[in-house]
Design a binder for this molecule. Structure first.
Ligand code: SF4
Length: 368
């Protein structure tokens, strides 16, 4: 592994990035991977515990990155004051930029970086952590480890000759003609990038990876500077159950907030939990998660209440003090129970995390 390319893996505090750290360390112990976490100063206690567990089980140090502040102030509070008490929201997410992305970008500087990201094989999303040109994301839990942008470079119509040559080298001769037919079918409105990618990967995941790796040698991507990349031979596809299994079997454990807790409403039993990592007051939380925070961790809930002043609130339509009215809590629990029942019918799961995944909200830097 070359010294001129850095390999980094960000731990958000969520289950997927934690499992990825364990996975990479056990499958590729020879790789010199730097582990880091961007600490907003307002993470859940379980996140800090997870980081300690990972450090001790993996025998690594996880670099703690903080936003630049005056006099080592709490990062979130420093920027919150700087912005005059303005609370972040999904439309004005200054927190992610200031507390997660900027510390990461300062950390990596201008060195070419390969960043390993824990998007699972059962997720249909990509997103970004940094748009800096010296950073390339790799997704080891998916069969397609490459980003959409990279696939675009490999499969573009004017790269056909290079692909034909490389497939001759890496694919067995009895499959070559099929590969050539696929490669020579140009991308068009009727034959999209994903369709072409799937057709080639169906002929061999490893073979596609080796072809892509060599095809990218002439690019300015960090991977072009690497002589040997062990993930080319990895054909695994890991889904949610695999992630929980990795966490449990490694001894690192699943963050306690994922554990579902039963609640009673109208003689029926629902279950709630916190679905994702991130700041304890994160505005991405659903109402039922605020109720969970109030009932399961009231100290943190009332810290969140203290931020609601001068007309700024975490939710657009309701203040936290209104949400904890007993009648309102009952209503939120009832509504969530119905949603769970509907989701169970639709997705064969009633877990909050599945409901949220189905609705696809959140942010890679905070929740993976
Ligand atoms: S967890 Fe939520 S509040 Fe915290 S930095 Fe991320 S988006 Fe912002």
């Amino acid at each position: 592994m070359q010294n001129n390319v850095r390999h980094v893996l960000g731990i958000s505090g969520g289950k997927d990035s934690a499992a990825l750290a364990i996975y990479m360390k056990s499958l590729y112990p020879q790789m010199d991977i730097e582990f880091y976490t961007c600490d907003t100063g307002k993470e859940l206690d379980e996140t800090y515990q997870l980081i300690k567990n990972l450090e001790s089980k993996l025998g690594v140090t996880i670099e703690k990155l903080y936003a630049k502040t005056a006099d080592h102030d709490n990062p979130f509070d420093f920027y919150h004051n700087l912005y005059g008490g303005y609370l972040p929201s999904s439309n004005a997410r200054w927190c992610t930029q200031k507390l997660k992305i900027e510390p990461f970008e300062n950390y990596i500087g201008t060195t070419p970086v390969i960043s390993y990201v824990g998007i699972r094989g059962d997720e249909d999303r990509e997103g970004y952590i940094s748009t800096k040109p010296n950073v390339q994301s790799i997704f080891p839990f998916r069969q397609n480890i490459w980003s959409e942008e990279v696939i675009g470079k490999v499969l573009k119509n004017d790269n056909q000759n290079s692909l034909l040559t490389l497939y001759k080298e890496f694919l067995s001769s009895n499959l070559y003609q099929r590969a050539a037919d696929i490669i020579l079918t140009p991308l068009s409105m009727r034959y999209g990038q994903n369709q072409k990618l799937k057709a080639l990967m169906d002929l061999g995941v490893k073979e596609f990876n080796h072809v892509a790796f060599h095809s990218l040698k002439s690019s300015s991507l960090p991977i072009a500077l690497v002589d040997d990349f062990p993930l080319l031979d990895n054909e695994s596809l890991l889904v949610r159950d695999d992630i929980f299994q990795i966490l449990r079997e490694s001894g690192v454990g699943v963050p306690a907030y994922y554990e579902e807790i039963p609640y009673e409403v109208n003689g029926q039993t629902g279950k709630y939990n916190r679905s994702r990592s991130g700041c304890f007051f994160c505005f991405f939380q659903r109402k039922i998660e605020w109720v969970w925070l109030y009932e399961q961790n009231p100290a943190k809930f009332f810290l969140a209440v203290e931020y609601e002043k001068d007309g700024y609130t975490w939710m657009q339509d309701e203040r936290l003090e209104e949400l904890i009215n007993p009648l309102r809590i009952k209503q939120i629990k009832e509504e969530f129970l119905i949603k769970q029942q509907n989701t169970a019918d639709k997705f064969r799961s009633n877990r909050l995390i599945d409901i949220l995944d189905a609705e696809d909200e959140g942010c890679l830097a905070c929740f993976i």
